[in-house]
Design a protein around this ligand. Structure first.
Ligand code: NGQ
Ligand code: ZN
Length: 450
């Protein structure tokens, strides 16, 4: 048992003062307010629930900042970035992956994310041969999560083709490729790999409509009938054009027309969505997985988030390429994209709430849904996943705390982070940072040398 007392806390029904929280093991036992602190309570100014990072490719953290130079013809794009990313793919060992993922997860925890959805497709050895244990690389991700304490929703990816219509994969994609039987084995083995991790969840992830055929998509979605299903969709205009040329339909339209997409699904990016597609997606109950920093970095485009919210659409945030890991920055950039596009202010803002509080509350709910977590927020029965804020935020109250954190102070205001009842970040630093940062430095040294 542990007990906490917060001067301000954000509860499922809004802000409260003088909040006492008791935890038992990994779970919140009780939340009371307003009450006086009791002897032995750990006291903090401000508490918020931890957020889910619903979309990450941990390994890409190792190439952060290494693709910010235009190639010879100056016509850089997502697709030229992908060549650079594939160069890294060819060189990673399971030990590299563990070291990189642990560092990325430390940054996630320090930035307010208490769970990550790892969209994991780097399955095989460099020459494409499966490891003796098919989920060797997934086991490296699980080992990192065990070292850092982050909650893991593992999303093993099914990847089979280079483009629409089942075209054969490229050589650079050989580490990703399985057939459906191989994927079923990988999924089984991945389940074993996370079996010892507290609160771990497994889902399925057909990579994209480019990389899977429609029959394969249906088969993969049915392999774990109640688990999350994640897919990349409509991120790039080139992908929309290819889909139209092949099928006569746009990607979101094709997906929603082909399968019973429902609240299990997370549609990652969904950047290029027409009004009718937005309506159909909102109706499905699926979560849209927005990754504003990566989408800006890769030149994807701007998702019509303001329109999406007015349709009641659900959404969450992901750090995707992990070029920067910062929950408050993802939320800020999401709102700023809409301001720049619409030339107005406070666009992602619910009636009676501030923009920061709206962003946080919706990303919290959408992230939990997408990562298969029931019960979230500071409430009895929910996982004991929360963060405390410092800096000068205690001088304001209510929604202004959230707005000042998201729009002004950012990750530097995060003081403590608890996941499943364990304190993992103290004074803004992960408790194992020094050790795992040293291993990470050695890994980058060998990986990036030359
Ligand atoms: C990924 N990333 O799976 O890492 C992709 C690139 C692809 C983003 N889409 C690979 N942001 O889409 O083929
Ligand atoms: Zn992705």
């Amino acid at each position: 048992m542990a007990s906490f007392w917060f001067d301000h806390a954000w509860l499922p029904d809004g802000w409260a003062r003088q909040v006492r929280v008791e935890t038992a093991g990994q779970t919140i036992l009780s939340v009371e307010h307003p009450v006086a602190p009791m002897p032995g309570d750990a006291r903090h100014a401000i508490a918020l629930p931890g957020l889910a990072n619903l979309h990450s490719h941990a390994f890409q953290h190792a190439m952060a900042g290494l693709a910010e130079r235009a190639g010879g013809d100056g016509n850089d794009s997502f697709w030229t970035w992908r060549h650079r990313m594939y160069d890294l793919v060819g060189r990673l060992t399971p030990d590299h992956l563990q070291a990189i993922a642990a560092m990325a997860q430390i940054e996630m925890l320090e930035a307010g994310f208490t769970r990550v959805g790892e969209f994991h497709y780097l399955h095989h050895q460099s020459d494409g041969t499966p490891y003796d244990a098919p989920a060797e690389m997934a086991a490296a991700l699980a080992a990192a999560a065990s070292e850092t304490g982050i909650g893991l929703t593992l999303l093993p990816v099914f990847y089979a083709h280079a483009g629409f219509g089942g075209t054969p994969p490229e050589p650079a994609q050989r580490r990703f490729i399985t057939d459906l039987d191989g994927y079923a084995r990988l999924l089984d083995d991945s389940r074993q790999a996370i079996a010892g991790l507290d609160g771990a969840v497994i889902g399925v992830a057909p990579h994209s409509l480019r990389a899977v055929t429609l029959p394969e998509l249906a088969a993969v979605a049915n392999m774990l009938p109640d688990a999350p299903v994640h897919i990349h969709v409509a991120e790039q205009t080139g992908e929309v054009a290819d889909c139209l040329a092949w099928s006569g339909q746009r990607p979101i339209q094709l997906l929603l027309g082909s399968l019973p997409v429902d609240a299990r699904w997370c549609l990652v990016h969904a950047t290029h969505a027409e009004p009718s597609e937005l309506q159909a997606m909102a109706h499905s109950g699926a979560v849209v997985g927005l990754c504003p920093i990566t989408e800006a970095n890769l030149g994807d485009g701007l998702f019509p988030a303001a329109e999406w919210r007015t349709l009641g659409g659900r959404w969450g945030i992901g750090s995707d390429s992990n070029i920067r890991i910062d929950a408050s920055e993802e939320l800020r950039l999401l709102e700023y994209g809409q301001r720049l596009r619409r030339q107005r202010r406070n666009l992602l803002c619910a009636d009676g709430r501030s923009t920061g509080t709206t962003l946080f509350g919706e990303a919290l709910a959408g992230g939990a849904q997408a990562l298969g977590v029931a019960g979230t927020g500071l409430a009895a029965g929910a996982p004991a996943d929360f963060i405390t804020l410092g800096a000068d935020l205690e001088h304001v109250a209510g929604d202004a705390i959230m707005d000042r954190w998201i729009f002004a102070r950012g990750a530097a205001a995060i003081d403590g982070v608890w996941r499943a009842g364990r304190q993992l970040v103290s004074g803004g630093r992960h408790v194992a940072r020094d050790r795992l940062a040293a291993r990470h430095a050695a890994c980058l040294q060998s990986l990036l040398a030359g």
